[in-house]
Structures are given as C-alpha cells and as structure tokens.
Design a protein around this ligand. Structure first.
Ligand SMILES: NC(=O)c1ccc[n+]([C@@H]2O[C@H](COP(=O)([O-])OP(=O)(O)OC[C@H]3O[C@@H](n4cnc5c(N)ncnc54)[C@H](OP(=O)(O)O)[C@@H]3O)[C@@H](O)[C@H]2O)c1
Length: 247
C-alpha cells in the first residue's frame, strides 16, 4: 500500500467519523483519529486501523474552542507533516422547537457544527498551501441542511451553512489544487440516531425510498471517493447518501 499524507478526521471516536477513519486508513492515509471525550473509543479505532495494516495517530481538541483547534492542528503538522485531507465530521444535534431553544443552545450548535469546521478548515488549508501539494476537504453536512426539518432549525442552519462555506472555499483555493466537497447523509445508524423513539424511526423509514437506515460505512465510501484522486475533477459539489430521501 502506498503511504499517503495526513488525513485528519474530526469526531472519529465513533459513528460515521470512525467508519471514515478506518476507510482512509485502509487506503494508505496517515489518519488523525480525532476525539474530544471518547479517548478509549478513539484508541480502539486507531488499533483497528493498525491491525488492518494502516497507520494513524490520536488527536484531541474541543471543536467548540477555536484556540484549542489552532494550537493542536499546528502541533499535529509539526509532528506528522502537512495535511493532505481534512474531513469535517464532528457534530452535535440539539433537537427542539426554536421557541424552546436558549441562546446558549444556539451558540453551542453554531460553534461546534459550523465555526468548528470553519476554523479546522482554515488551519488545515494553511498547511496545504504551504506544502504546495494540493489537498481535499470534505464536510459532513446532512439531508436536513438541504431540506430543512421542523424541530431541527438551528442544526439544519449549521448544516446548510457548511454547504455555502464548502462551495466558497472550493472557489477560493481551487488554484492551489485544493478541493472542497460535501456529503449529506440521511438517517445513519449511529449514537446520534439511537435515541429516536420507535414511532420516530417508523416515520423516518416511511420517508426513505430504499426502506432502511444507512450504515456509517456507506457514508465513508462516498467520503473516501471525494478525498481520493478518483474525484480529482470534482470540487464545490454535494453528494447525498440518504437512500433516496431527496429524490
Ligand atoms: N447519524 C446520522 O443519521 C447523521 C445524519 C446526517 C448527518 N450526520 C452528521 O454526521 C456527523 C457524525 O455524526 P454521528 O451520527 O457519527 O455522530 P456521533 O455518533 O454522535 O459522534 C459525534 C462525534 O463528534 C465528536 N464531537 C462532538 N462534539 C465535539 C466537540 N465539541 N469537539 C470535538 N469533537 C466533538 C464526538 O467526539 P467524542 O465522542 O470523542 O466527544 C464524536 O466523535 C455529524 O456532523 C452529524 O451531524 C449524522
């Protein structure tokens, strides 16, 4: 397997991020397995990557804290080399009707889901530009960032915001051979969707033409395509992985 550069995957301790980290590890990237609180889970993911013959390292920062992001990514680049790929995956939900959402809850969603991805991108793009070797950035948005969803207005706003940001960055850095694309998952089996009630799950299933929830690996496959060179002429695009929900 040819060794590729550093691929930082945020929120890789579980769910979709863990599947992406393992997939990129299997493709020869030196994977930055990022976590915030799930250290032992992240260690387990890194060990799976290594057992499968891949390479990686652990990295931890709070996506809600811009200074923490900047300092840690600078340290990562010094230790492991320039960033070849960034997958902005870490995110939180905060489902509630807007009338019941406090300023603190709104700030947290904006800071983690949107500002966090923006700051991670700025820090990684600095490294990509300096290395003069191009790069690929993928944002994990959501089907609700395209369609909206009652009870998820702020979450949806952060996910729509990622699409506008990704398309703008694609234009800003295309001349440096850095690409920026988005994946919009539908309902994927992770901790994030585990807490839905049976009634909610039944109603969601009725809205999915392929009649099942998605697997994290199915999102990871699309991300790996966008990270790798098979997609070298694709930038500023959005790929939906949602079982047909948006058709
Ligand atoms: N699951 C779905 O159906 C679905 C659908 C559409 C979009 N998405 C999006 O896909 C992404 C991954 O979702 P998931 O379902 O895999 O989520 P998940 O299982 O809840 O995992 C979330 C990840 O984000 C990290 N994280 C959360 N807050 C953080 C913070 N402040 N700083 C750093 N890391 C933080 C967590 O790290 P620790 O555990 O280490 O704290 C964890 O690794 C999210 O952006 C989500 O919005 C998910």
């Amino acid at each position: 397997m040819t060794q590729k550069g550093v691929a930082l995957v945020t929120g890789a301790s579980r769910g979709i991020g863990a599947a992406i980290a393992k997939k990129l590890g299997s493709q020869g990237y030196l994977v930055g397995v990022h976590y915030r609180s799930g250290k032992s889970q992240a260690e387990a993911i890194l060990s799976e990557i290594k057992t499968a013959g891949g390479k990686g390292f652990l990295i931890s920062f709070n996506i809600g804290n811009p200074a923490d992001i900047t300092n840690t990514i600078e340290g990562m680049v010094k230790e492991y080399g320039p960033v070849a790929a960034l997958v902005n995956n870490a995110g939180i939900t905060g489902d509630a009707l807007l009338m019941r959402q406090s300023n603190e809850q709104i700030d947290e969603l904006l800071n983690v889901n949107l500002r966090g991805a923006i700051v991670c991108t700025r820090e990684c793009v600095k490294s990509m530009i300096k290395a003069k070797n191009g790069g690929s950035i993928v944002f994990i948005s959501s089907v609700v960032g395209e369609t909206g969803n009652a009870g998820q207005s702020v979450y949806s706003a952060t996910k729509s915001g990622l699409i506008g940001f990704a398309k703008s960055i694609a234009q800003e850095v295309a001349s440096r051979k850095i690409r920026s694309n988005v994946v919009t998952p539908g309902f994927i089996k992770t901790d994030m969707t585990e807490n839905l009630t049976d009634a909610q799950k039944e109603s969601i299933l009725r809205s999915i033409p392929l009649e099942r929830m998605g697997e994290p690996e199915e999102v990871a496959n699309a991300v790996a395509f966008l990270v790798g060179t098979d997609s070298r002429y694709i930038t500023g695009e959005v790929i939906a992985v949602n079982g047909g929900m948006s058709t």
